[in-house]
Design a protein around this ligand. Structure first.
Ligand code: GDP
Length: 440
């Protein structure tokens, strides 16, 4: 996420770190580099210029040069300004309606349908809501099917009227259906076009007027950079929407959209999409994002994700197994699956302070555990529960079965051995606190 921008900002601050004594000239040079980094990230020229002007004013105001660690203070000023640029505070979703009606808007391909599903899933699993998804795209039958597929996946009902060509009517009928059947959130997915056109704008304006949503969300593909900002402006002029959803943040986005949109439409980014799976949705925290961009990591999010996956019952069982020396490969597999649920590896690495930079040249596979899982799946149940029986012959068979090399099997066995020993140690005197720290 924003790797290039992070890299350039890091280099900009290097100027300061390289000098014994920091002068006004160094600070100016640094800020010039910061501005260049923002422009490279496809941030609008005026926004980038104002940004550095504000940081400079603050630096002068706070007498940066006379402080003990001017470099650090300047990084902090940039962080605060980045946070402000992305919206400052966290913006929630208004769920006060009965039912709450949420209208999704955006261009075709922006990720509207996918996000509608993610939001429904989020509200169902995290907010205990009973959402109804509504398919209002009357032009593409495939879009209606797509929403049904998404609905099935997350166990959320989808309302559609394939024969009806009036999206206003469909949306109104859906709300009636929701009221009659106890749904408390109605998420209306609308038709998008490849580019902004009058007909689409008129249609969504009509739907908007008729259903009076509590939340109108504008979905935008973050890969589209400054274009995203123009589209946002066009939609905002018509709908005066409440918030922005930035999708595809998991891709190779430069960051321009995330950093420019608030300044242009003055609406907060509420959620981000970070993958194609239904779980790949995150509440947008401007400050955490600023910290990530500056390579400071995002430990808070990392811990939160770990806590979400954490199951106390499972942890207790695991502890017992470790104590009795019964920890086997099946448990290892369960652990891996829990980590996987936390998100893709690249994303997780980005949350560890400094790790993105340190691992910049390391190719992180999306599915970093693929080989490990294949190896474990090739073991017999007996081998999984008693790894000690795995001899040379068995290793060769496992390697063959999993399409890996014997060295890889050996490596995994070694890792497993180390991990078992470490866990055993943690159980010993003094180790209890360590387990507690890890949530055990
Ligand atoms: P719509 O036309 O606006 O409804 O867009 P879709 O929901 O059909 O999404 C278009 C494509 O983008 C699909 O292939 C989705 O799987 C993909 N997509 C949507 N959101 C994300 C995301 O956050 N990350 C990634 N990598 N792909 C996404």
């Amino acid at each position: 996420m924003f790797d290039n921008l992070s890299d350039k900002l890091d280099k900009a601050f290097h100027i300061l770190k390289g000098h014994g004594k920091i002068t006004e000239v160094n600070v100016a040079d640094t800020l010039k580099e910061v501005r260049r980094a923002l422009l490279d990230a496809d941030v609008n020229f005026k926004i980038a210029k104002d940004f550095t002007a504000r940081v400079k004013d603050k630096a002068i105001g706070q007498d940066v040069l006379t402080t003990l660690q001017p470099g650090q203070l300047l990084v902090k000023l940039v962080k605060d300004e980045l946070t402000e640029l992305m919206g400052g505070d966290v913006a929630g979703v208004n769920l006060s309606g009965n039912p709450t009606v949420i209208l999704m808007s955006g261009l075709q391909g922006s990720g509207k349908t996918t996000f509608s599903g993610k939001l429904a899933n989020f509200l169902k699993t995290k907010k205990n809501k009973k959402p109804l998804l509504v398919a209002c795209d009357i032009y593409r039958p495939a879009a209606i099917n797509q929403l049904h597929v998404v609905g099935d996946q997350i166990g959320v009902e989808v309302y559609s009227e394939p024969e009806n060509k009036n999206p206003v009517e469909i949306a109104q009928n859906a709300i009636k259906h929701a009221k009659a059947n106890g749904f408390n959130v109605v998420i209306v997915d609308t038709a998008g076009r490849l580019a902004v056109d009058q007909e689409m704008m008129d249609e969504i304006a009509r739907v908007h007027k008729a259903i009076q949503p509590q939340e109108t969300l504008f979905v935008v593909d973050s890969m589209t950079g400054q274009d995203a900002v123009n589209t946002a402006k066009a939609f905002n002029d018509i709908l005066n929407f409440d918030g922005v959803i930035l999708t595809k943040l998991d891709g190779d986005t430069r960051g321009g959209a995330a950093l420019s949109i608030k300044s242009i439409v003055n609406k907060p980014i509420k959620f981000v999409g970070t993958g194609e799976k239904m779980e790949a949705i995150d509440v947008f925290y401007p400050e955490r994002m600023a910290e990530r961009i500056l390579g400071m990591g995002d430990v808070v999010s990392l811990v939160e994700r770990a806590q979400e996956q954490f199951d106390e019952e499972e942890a207790r069982k695991l502890q017992k197994k470790i104590a009795k020396n019964e920890f086997g490969f099946d448990d290892f597999l369960t652990q891996i699956q829990q980590v996987k649920k936390m998100g893709n590896m690249k994303d997780l690495v980005g949350m560890i302070p400094g790790a993105s930079k340190a691992m910049k040249d390391v190719e992180i596979e999306d599915d970093a555990f693929k080989h490990i899982e294949a190896i474990i799946y090739s073991m017999t149940p007996g081998e999984r529960s008693k790894p000690a029986i795995i001899d040379v012959k068995r290793k060769a068979r496992i390697a063959k079965g999993s399409g890996t090399k014997v060295e890889q099997v050996n490596q995994l066995m070694k890792q497993f051995d180390q991990m078992s020993k470490m866990m055993k140690m943690m159980q010993g005197p003094g180790g209890k606190n360590l387990m507690k720290m890890m949530g055990g």
